[in-house]
Structures are given as structure tokens and as C-alpha cells.
Design a protein around this ligand. Structure first.
Ligand SMILES: Cc1cc2nc3c(=O)[nH]c(=O)nc-3n(C[C@H](O)[C@H](O)[C@H](O)COP(=O)(O)OP(=O)(O)OC[C@H]3O[C@@H](n4cnc5c(N)ncnc54)[C@H](O)[C@@H]3O)c2cc1C
Length: 333
């Protein structure tokens, strides 16, 4: 079965939905929690088309340590890194990116879209990330960000970046001005937190905050390649305003019968206007999936959430080698 309204055109649809990742399209609120996708030109057409890439395979346990310091590796050294599974679309190497846009889409959450040189497009697997080399007090340090844009786009990269209090890299990047910013170097694409063939299992994706970033391209891939696979996305934030792309996920849930979106607020509004799940994503996961023995579980965000949810998933019967994790650090999400 192929979900009708998207017809393989989820990327284009997603380009419609109200912020820079969805450039060129917009989402209209049709009331009662329903949304209608419309091309920015206003002709009301739901856009179809596009193609996907095959899944890549990596190790089940894929953790990324905290940001490290160091100089950019040479392209040759980067190519020797064992971070990439053999079937991945490209080996990591240094690339030049030019900032095209930088927009705050929620409090302290930004989407930065970067252009690649025409002669040097990128092919990445959904779930992969890039690493910037930044200078601070004469020292080089690295900061990594998951690729938020569609894996079908080879000429642009969008990143979803949360500006953290006193955070050097996130402040530097989210303050960049497309009109003034020089081209920056990144090592990309990196990482083995990529989709595995569901082989009939349910897919359970769990994120906190901007940890949802790698799940956007993953969802596109699942929609295109495995539309019959049941997929649930759990997103936890503190406040309602911090959800990324909630309207898009709600639209997707309506249009793709096998997709379920579970937003979870740890600090719901006191006026009773929140009807969704409350607490931590782990509690919502347990409530929806008392048995995870038939599931592939993907976790992305701060170490605490990932570690706790990983433990819970095991307790609920998930197989160790079917839990895939992307740890961003002690505080990050
Ligand atoms: C593989 C990988 C992918 C990542 N993808 C993304 C992504 O898509 N989007 C994204 O925004 N980040 C992502 N991160 C986290 C990102 O790399 C940085 O760690 C983050 O932006 C903070 O860096 P900074 O230089 O601003 O803060 P730092 O200068 O490193 O830290 C400053 C202070 O803030 C604390 N801190 C760090 N992060 C947070 C946080 N999130 N909330 C509260 N306090 C914090 C630190 O402990 C420290 O006390 C990813 C990390 C990894 C390893």
C-alpha cells in the first residue's frame, strides 16, 4: 500500500510546511486539528513525486561522545574513519557550505539551511550528521549537528540547532547572518545512526527536543520505502512552544495510517489546553508499548533520556541488537 496523499512526495509536501525546512510549500490550518498542504504559489495542489534511497546498515549501538576539540582532519584522514557502514552513500570528507538562511522557528530553536557548491553535491543516509570546525581563542573545536533536511536533496543541508545557555557553538552558529557569513567547512556525512530494514517489525522513534532532527529524513525514507510498517514517533519537550513541526507530524498522522505521533510535554500549560501525554517520553512509551519485543527502537537526544529509554526498552522486551541510539551529550537535546 502506498499512502495516497503523499504518493512518494513527502519531501515536497514537507517543503510546504511553515518553516525553512519546508521551503516552497506551506501548511494551512483547516481547523479541528486538521491541516491542508498547499504549494506556496497558492494553487492548492498537493505535490507528488520524488524518490528515495535504500536503507543503510550500521551497528546497533551507535553512540556519539561529547563534542571534542581538534583541528579539521585532512580529507584523506577523514576518509579513513571507520564511522560509515560499507553501504553508506558517501564517505565523509570536508565540504564547503554557504549559509543560505537562518530562521528561529521556536524559542531558541533555529533552522539553518546551507548551500553546497553545484559541483560538489552530497548524498547522505537519513540519520547522519555533520561536524563543524570552529575557532575559539585560537583553538579549533568541533560541534556536530544531525542533518534535518531530506536525503533527496543533494544541493542543500538543513540543520536544526538549539541555542543552549552559554553554549559556544550553538550561539556562534545561530547568530550567523546569511548575508555576511563566509563559507564554512564541515566534515560530512558522518555517523551510523541510520535506518535498518524493519523486516516486518514496528518502528519506534523516540526523541527529546531537537533530537527529532534525524527522524525527519528517516520518516521520509520509511514513508517511501516501508509505508506498511507501523511507525510511532515520540517527541518530548518541556513546553508546547518547543515542539518542532508538530503540525507536520499531525498532518502526516492523518495521511499515513501507519504513522502515529505522540507529543509529550513535561510542563503542560496550566489552563488545561493540553490534551496530550504529560511527563517524560519514557512514560508515554511504556503506556503505548507495554511489549516492544517486535519493535526496532531508535533513540536520539540527551544521554539521560537515551540511557533511560534504552533500559526501559530492554525491560519491555526489545532486543538489544534492535535498539539504535544517537547520544548527543550530557545536556543536549
Ligand atoms: C552526533 C551529534 C548530533 C547532534 N545533533 C544536534 C542537532 O541536530 N541539533 C542540536 O541543537 N544539537 C545537536 N547536537 C549537540 C551539539 O553538537 C552541541 O553539543 C550543542 O549545540 C551544544 O554546543 P555548544 O557549543 O553550544 O555548547 P557548549 O559550549 O559545548 O556547552 C555550554 C554549556 O551548556 C551545556 N549544554 C550543552 N548542550 C546543552 C543543551 N542542549 N541544553 C542545555 N545545556 C546544554 C554544556 O554542558 C555546558 O555547560 C549533536 C551532538 C552530537 C554528538
Amino acid at each position: 500500500m502506498s499512502p495516497k496523499p503523499f504518493g512518494g512526495g513527502l519531501t515536497l509536501l514537507s517543503e510546504l510546511v511553515g518553516h525553512p525546512r519546508w521551503k516552497g510549500m506551506r501548511l494551512l490550518d483547516a481547523g479541528q486539528g486538521r491541516y491542508h498542504a498547499e504549494a506556496a504559489s497558492g494553487d492548492g495542489t498537493e505535490v507528488m513525486g520524488g524518490c528515495g534511497m535504500g536503507s543503510t546498515r550500521g551497528e546497533p549501538e551507535v553512540a556519539h561522545g561529547p563534542a571534542s576539540t581538534g583541528d579539521p582532519p585532512s580529507e584523506a584522514a577523514a576518509s579513513d574513519r571507520p564511522a560509515e557502514p560499507a553501504s553508506a552513500p558517501e564517505r565523509p570528507r570536508l565540504r564547503r557550505l554557504t549559509l543560505e538562511s537562518n530562521t528561529e522557528i521556536a524559542p531558541s530553536i533555529y533552522v539553518l539551511t546551507w548551500k553546497l557548491p553545484e559541483e560538489d553535491p552530497i548524498t547522505f543516509a537519513p540519520g547522519q550528521y555533520v561536524t563543524f570546525y570552529l575557532k575559539r581563542d585560537g583553538r579549533s573545536l568541533t560541534r556536530s549537528y544531525s542533518i534535518f533536511s531530506s536525503a533527496r536533496r543533494h544541493d542543500r543541508l538543513s540543520l536544526l540547532i538549539k541555542k543552549v545557555p552559554q553554549g559556544f557553538g550553538s550561539h556562534y552558529l545561530t547568530a550567523l547572518d546569511p548575508l555576511r557569513t563566509p563559507t564554512l567547512s564541515v566534515l560530512a556525512p558522518l555517523g551510523r545512526f541510520v535506518l535498518h530494514d524493519p523486516e516486518g517489525r514496528t518502528m519506534v522513534l523516540v526523541a527529546t527536543g531537537v533530537g527529532v532532527a534525524p527522524f525527519l529524513p528517516m520518516l521520509e525514507r520509511l514513508h517511501d520505502k516501508h509505508p506498511d510498517t507501523p511507525v510511532s514517533l515520540f517527541c518530548g519537550t518541556r513546553f508546547r512552544e518547543e515542539f518542532v513541526d508538530r503540525p507536520f507530524f499531525e498532518l502526516l498522522e492523518r495521511e499515513w495510517p501507519n504513522f502515529r505521533f505522540v507529543p509529550v510535554l513535561s510542563r503542560p500549560p496550566e489552563d488545561g489546553s493540553w490534551n496530550g501525554a504529560v511527563g517524560h517520553v519514557e512514560e508515554a512509551l511504556r503506556a503505548h508499548f507495554p511489549d516492544l519485543s517486535g519493535a526496532d527502537v531508535y533513540l536520539c537526544g540527551a544521554n539521560r533520556m537515551v540511557n533511560e529509554t534504552q533500559g526501559l526498552a530492554l525491560e519491555l522486551g526489545a532486543k538489544k541488537d534492535r535498539i539504535f541510539v544517537d547520544r548527543w551529550g550530557e545536556h543536549a537535546d
